[in-house]
Design a protein. Structure first.
Length: 357
């Protein structure tokens, strides 16, 4: 492998695949850029990170990720501004969270210098895969899996940390209809709901399929004890607007501490929008809807950014959200966030991390 002056080893792809991709018709997560990073944990320490051409890897059928689910991941994005400069958006928060997730699943934490150096170098190599323009971005997926061979029910003693990237466009192109959960739960007290554990998402697929059979796009999960409090949606944190006040549930060991969620809360405060971070009761939202006081529901997440909800159902009662012709918080907050991400307005909070070509 070609050695660099950095802490990485790099092997470049012989030829780019970029001309094989139709960037005007991207299915989310289906086209991957030319390179990927991986780093193995063996003998009690992380080895030298490697950047290699994107492609298959071989694992034995007995590696522990297949049997005990030791796997966590992140989702983040890079954006290209009108001057051709690529910026990462708050990458330090994703780094912090993947290590928090790892700790909960008994996975060794990854070194920050390996993460940041590998991430930046990977994007430098695939700079042309980051397309400019509204809605375009490079989706970045860091993840780590258990790689020890053995079916004994114990933590692995070896792991592989990886970063892959794919060009993306807007994830949700239309408003969504949601079902408030009454039976199934996403997480419980003392569980792994706050971690981006792979199993959290796999366990959601079946109840979400049931919701889709009823004509809904997503589930808004409720607390596992009594199903009285609204917590988060399938792939998003969730916000409710009653009158001129925004409500969102506090983070806990059941709720993911979303980077987009943090950013939306900060931007709402910057814009003078009153925001209440407290448990959100199902009945409070239904009563507000009955009285015409519920103005908006929207989800926030890396892939979706901000996704509007136009209707919800609970207990056989269905409610439609009013059309907001002006002063719509979801549109204002989405535009403000994206203007920062695409470097169109001042980044007052220093969220952008530039990546030089």
């Amino acid at each position: 492998m070609e050695s660099t002056a950095t802490i990485l080893n790099i092997k470049k792809a012989d030829q780019s695949r970029i001309n094989q991709v139709d960037f005007n018709n991207l299915a989310f997560g289906k086209n991957y850029s030319d390179h990927m990073m991986y780093c193995d944990y063996v003998n009690g320490e992380w080895q030298t990170p490697q950047i290699v051409p994107y492609g298959p890897m071989e694992f034995a059928p007995s590696v522990k990720v297949f049997h005990y689910g030791q796997a966590v991941f992140e989702g983040m994005k890079a954006f290209k501004d009108d001057n051709g400069l690529v910026n990462l958006f708050r990458p330090e928060k994703n780094f912090e969270r993947i290590n928090k997730s790892s700790l909960r699943l008994a996975i060794p934490e990854f070194p920050e210098e390996y993460f940041m150096e590998g991430l930046k170098k990977l994007i430098q190599l695939d700079y042309d895969w980051v397309k400019p323009g509204q809605g375009n971005s490079l989706y970045i997926r860091p993840f780590v899996i258990a790689t020890e061979e053995g079916v004994a029910a114990a933590p692995s003693d070896s792991y592989r940390f990886m970063i892959i990237t794919c060009p993306s466009q807007a994830y949700y192109n239309k408003p969504v209809r949601v079902l408030f959960a009454e039976k199934y739960s996403r997480s419980a007290n003392g569980g792994v709901g706050y971690a981006k554990a792979a199993g959290n998402y796999g366990a959601q697929f079946y109840p979400t399929n049931l919701a889709r059979q009823k004509g809904y796009d997503q589930i808004i999960w409720t607390d596992a004890n009594e199903h009285k409090f609204l917590e988060e949606a399938g792939t998003m944190n969730i916000f409710f607007r009653i009158g001129d006040k925004l409500l969102t549930a506090p983070t806990s060991d059941r709720i993911l501490d979303g980077v987009t969620r943090k950013s939306i809360i900060q931007l709402a405060q910057d814009l003078g929008i009153e925001i209440e971070v407290a448990p959100v009761e199902v009945e409070r939202i239904k009563e507000a809807a009955r009285k015409g006081e519920l103005k908006e529901i929207f989800g926030t997440g890396t892939a979706a950014t901000v996704a509007k909800v136009i209707a919800f159902e609970h207990g056989g009662d269905e409610f439609s959200l009013p059309e907001m012709n002006e002063n719509e918080y979801s549109s204002l907050l989405k535009k403000t966030l994206q203007d920062i991400q695409y470097n169109r307005i001042e980044d007052k909070h220093n969220w952008l991390v530039p990546v030089e070509r």
